[in-house]
Structures are given as C-alpha cells and as structure tokens.
Ligand binder design. Structure first.
Ligand code: FO1
Length: 309
C-alpha cells in the first residue's frame, strides 16, 4: 500500500522524486504529476512534466538540458527546419518516439494514466507515476499583452513576459485522477516537491476540492521550498513572484501553501526563517547537485513527516 504521495512538476520536483525513489520501496511511493504544461504541438500530445519525471526515474534524462533524453540526436528537428516547420520547441529523435507513442495511444482512446503506466513499465520504472488528471487542464500565463499558453511563455518567449496571473483552463471541470484519490485515505504523508508553486503545483491543487481534501488528511503534508536565499534554483519562480508583487522568499512560498501544509522544509541558507513560519519547519540542504543530495533531502523530508505524524 502506498505510504507517501509526492506532488511534482518540472526539474526541481523530479530531483527530489528521484531521491524518494532511492529511499522508499517502489510500492510505498506514488508521484502525482502536473499536466498543466501539456500541449498539442506538431500534431503530438506532449506531457513535459510526466516525461521529465519518467526520464529521471529511468536514468534517461538529459541532465545538461534539464528536459528530454540523453544521447539524443536532432535529425527530425533539422529536417523540419528545412521544411520551415516550428522548431522553437526542441524534440529529439528518441524523445519524438515517446510523443508519437503517446499520441497514437490517446487517439486509440487509452487514458493518459494507462499510457503513462505502460511507458513506466517499458522504461523499467517500478514506482507509480500518476498524471494529476486524465481530463485536460492547461496552464495559461496572463501577461500585460494578453494570455499565453504555458509553453509559449516558458519556451518560445523564454519566460520574458511579465506575469500578472495564471489560469488553469479545465481545472474546474477536471476530475482528480481516481488512482490518486484512492491512495489518499491510507497515506502516511504528502510531499510537495520543490517545484514552481504557481505553475507546477497549483494546477493540481485547483482541480475541484483537491486542495481542501489534502488539507483535511490526517497524514501530514509538507512542502520543500523551491526558493533558496531569495532565488529559485531553476526556472522562473522568483521572477514570477517579483512580478506578482510577492517577496521571492521561502517564507512567501510557505505562505502560498498556508492552510494546506503542516510543515515546510527550508534550505540551510534560509535557516534564519526556522521557527518564524505559521507551520513547523526543518532546515536541511535542499540544493540538489548530486544523487547523494537528492537522497539526503528525501530522507530529511521523510524524517520531518514522521516527526509531524
Ligand atoms: N524546454 C525548453 O526550454 N526548450 C525546449 O526546446 C524544450 C523542449 C522540450 C521537449 C520535450 C519536453 O518534455 C520538455 C521540453 N522542454 C523544453 C521543457 C519544458 O518546457 C518544461 O519541462 C516544462 O514544461 C516546465 O517544467
């Protein structure tokens, strides 16, 4: 029976997810993955946060890029370029096979959950990877010049536009993945990985009454700060916070999860915040450069959950 549910999206989340996968038996942890970044592109159904996690768990991830596969070739992109096709979103030749496989399976009527389970099996991943929903939820980034589809903001426009807010199209009608729902009653803890709270965690929390249901669990919910010493380790989190007039601090992230979390994991650089938050906190190294760092952070987070439990 699954003891821990980790909510993850993006590169930072996948790093802690890998640590948890090394520390916990495979049948004791499940990953709820953001699908708000998903989009249809060049005729393919693309699920970046699912792919970043599965490539990470199967050691196929391209560590330099932070997305896609390692040992990649780019002939498809080169040929598409010659045809004048869109190449701003880079699809490697091996990565392309995954998108083609998923797109065909979706067209055959299989659910994203089913397809993801098969991909995990084929990639030798024994942990449970669950899309947050099988219904479409799409993150839209609001800017002074109008709304942007997430990948247009994040990749095509390189996170340059100022953010004024977010919308999660479909979250009001989407159903939380029933396989995640089924896990909730028996959990010993929920971990919100160090992902971007606005675009990698909030899409899941915004589905129906998910945030309230997680908050109501007997099991403790902890979040690991994606902000260290006033900046995000990776990605636009700090920039978004500044544009939203939110201090780009770990304390502001804890406040963002107010009412949901029972504990917050601070990096050693933010040790001064320990004991000053609305919830109990713990201090540990949360910057993950090596596999050892990922494992150590996973262990510290599980220990913190046990103390809170
Ligand atoms: N991110 C980029 O910055 N540039 C890309 O060309 C790019 C391609 C890409 C292809 C497949 C995939 O699964 C992810 C890809 N990403 C790319 C990352 C993606 O935009 C982000 O991983 C998430 O959407 C945010 O975490």
């Amino acid at each position: 029976m699954v003891d821990y549910l980790a909510i993850t999206g993006g590169v930072g989340g996948a790093k802690l997810a890998l640590g948890l996968a090394h520390v916990l038996p495979a049948d004791k942890v499940a990953f709820a993955v953001n699908t708000g970044d998903d989009f249809e592109h060049l005729g393919f159904a693309i699920s970046p946060d699912i792919d970043t996690l599965t490539y990470t768990l199967s050691d196929l991830a391209n560590k330099e890029l932070g997305w896609g596969r390692k040992d990649e070739t780019w002939d498809f992109m080169d040929a598409l370029e010659h045809l004048g096709g869109e190449t701003w979103f880079r699809l490697g030749d091996r990565d392309l096979a995954l998108h083609a496989f998923r797109t065909a399976a979706l067209r055959d009527g299989r659910s994203l959950t089913e397809i993801t389970a098969e991909i995990c099996q084929r990639l030798g991943i024994s942990q449970t990877v669950l899309p947050m929903s099988d219904d479409p939820v799409r993150t839209t980034v609001l800017t002074p010049d109008g709304p942007l589809a997430f990948q247009h903001y994040f990749v095509r426009d390189r996170c340059a536009p100022a953010v004024t807010g977010f919308e999660f199209q479909g979250a009001d009608k989407a159903k939380l993945n029933p396989e995640i729902e089924a896990l909730l009653p028996d959990l010993k803890g929920v971990i919100i990985c160090p992902s971007n709270p606005f675009v990698s965690v909030d899409p899941l929390l915004t589905i129906g009454d998910t945030r309230a249901r997680l908050a109501a669990l007997d099991a403790p919910v902890v979040a690991v700060s994606p902000i260290v010493g006033g900046t995000a380790i990776k990605g636009p989190t700090a920039k978004m916070m500044a544009e939203l007039d939110i201090p780009s601090t770990a304390a502001a992230v804890a406040a963002h999860y107010d009412g949901l979390i029972d504990g917050f994991v601070l990096d050693t650089q933010d040790a001064a915040l320990d004991g000053t938050l609305n919830v109990p906190s713990t201090v540990t190294q949360s910057v993950m450069l090596t596999l050892h760092d990922r494992i150590a952070l996973a262990e510290a987070t599980l220990e913190f959950l046990a103390d809170l439990g």
